[in-house]
Design a protein around this ligand. Structure first.
Ligand SMILES: Nc1nc2c(ncn2[C@@H]2O[C@H](COP(=O)(O)OP(=O)(O)OP(=O)(O)O)[C@@H](O)[C@H]2O)c(=O)[nH]1
Ligand SMILES: [Mg+2]
Length: 375
């Protein structure tokens, strides 16, 4: 049989391709004989085919390699090697993945840290800007506070308990967390971490309690009950909240890895809270955590986050589901298994923090001149 085999040659060779993230590529060539063994290589190593991503085919004398859902990691030199008893041949092509950045951020934390440290509220009646972190159980609300505290403490911080196995909400008490400004006292920022929103009205924090929180009626230390809301008789109920007691920005927290699985009942609950906040003029944003679990390209290098088509798609889904514009959605990664500080994690969070500080401050400035409506 070997005597009848022709030495492998290429009738057509592989061509270089330039693609965008998320595209599909087909590299193909025609050989002079089908009596060959084909090996595909990437950057001079045998290509490790991934199920659902790579498809290698040989139909008659046409050999092809299909790559689905291209990401930055697929860039490189691809080589096809043909071999039979009469000889061998190979040809290569370059795959270039264009990484268009669709949102730009600063990957140097210094200026952002300084501007947050120097920030002052233009109303001496309001000591701190208050942010309410609200969202599903185990989504990373407490971890978000820890990440922000870590940035200003200069070391991974674990003071605000973060649960490892997400089931029922771990945070049940209404707590306020301040942010230390290194050794120079506290920043004028406070984060209220609230029990997770669960699916049914009788699970997790109640919608009416969240609305009471926004209005400033609930004081720290209140333990949320799933069966009934706070009453005016409760010692933790504040009757006449001032502008300072109110929430100045609502931060809905969702997990990038679970957005597509969010239950409708659950989405309705979140929308209801957002509508109430809108009615009060409170700015609202979404922090989309766990980007590392949702996008391998971002997990590999956080700086790719705003080049990732996958992250953009998830943000779009989130925008449609919750009715929040894209420019109010911030994908972030929290410290969770890191033991050292990481400037990229910090920059992503600082970019979001800087924006919400501005918006919360705008709210305070606006309502400093408009008397608060008493119910
Ligand atoms: N990979 C990854 N894990 C995260 C991230 N943020 C939080 N986690 C993990 O998710 C789990 C839940 O985080 P928490 O911060 O406790 O979530 P929570 O929203 O406060 O939860 P409840 O208070 O129970 O409603 C913990 O194991 C965290 O380490 C992230 O950005 N990436
Ligand atoms: Mg928590």
């Amino acid at each position: 049989m070997g005597e009848n085999q022709s030495k492998p040659e290429f009738n057509t060779v592989l061509g270089d391709v330039q693609v965008e993230i998320g595209d599909e590529i087909i590299l193909s060539c025609e050989t002079n004989t089908k009596e060959i063994t084909v090996t595909w290589m990437k950057n001079d190593h045998i290509l490790k085919c991934v199920q659902g991503k790579h498809t290698v085919e040989q139909v008659d004398r046409i050999c092809s390699l299909k790559i689905n859902d291209v990401d930055g990691g697929d860039q490189g030199k691809y080589t096809i090697k043909l071999k039979n008893e009469s000889g061998a041949a190979s040809c290569s092509a370059m795959v270039t993945v264009e990484l268009n950045e669709w949102r730009t951020i600063q990957w140097n934390q210094k200026a952002m840290v300084t501007s947050v440290k120097e920030f002052e509220i233009a109303n001496n009646q309001v000591r701190e800007l208050r942010f309410l972190l609200y969202g599903p159980v185990g989504v990373g609300k407490s971890s978000t506070v820890n990440t922000i505290r870590s940035i200003f403490e200069g070391r991974p911080f674990v003071g605000c308990l973060a649960e490892t196995a997400a089931g029922k909400s771990f945070t049940k008490t209404y707590e306020k967390y301040g942010i230390a400004n290194g050794r120079e006292g506290m920043l004028p920022l406070a984060f209220n971490d609230i029990m997770g929103v669960e699916k049914g009205e009788s699970e997790g924090v109640r919608t009416d309690d969240i609305i009471n929180t926004l209005k400033g009626h609930i004081t720290e230390g209140y333990v949320f009950h799933t069966e009934f809301p706070i009453t005016e008789k409760d010692p933790k109920y504040r009757r006449n909240p001032s502008l300072s007691d109110r929430i100045h920005c609502l931060v809905s927290v969702v997990g990038a890895d679970k957005i597509k699985m969010m239950d409708q009942e659950f989405i309705n609950k979140m929308r209801k809270v957002r509508e109430a906040a809108s009615g009060m003029g409170i700015p609202q944003v979404v922090f989309m955590t766990k980007v590392d679990l949702a996008c391998p390209m971002t997990n590999g290098n956080l700086k790719n986050i705003y080049r990732s088509r996958k992250i953009k798609e998830i943000m779009n889904t989130c925008s449609n589901l919750l009715g929040v514009p894209m420019n109010c959605i911030f994908p972030v990664k929290n410290y969770h298994d890191e033991t050292h500080m990481n400037e990229e994690i910090n920059c992503l969070m600082l970019d979001a923090l800087t924006q919400i500080i501005h918006w919360a401050h705008d709210y305070v400035v606006t309502f400093s001149t408009i008397p608060i409506h008493k119910e």
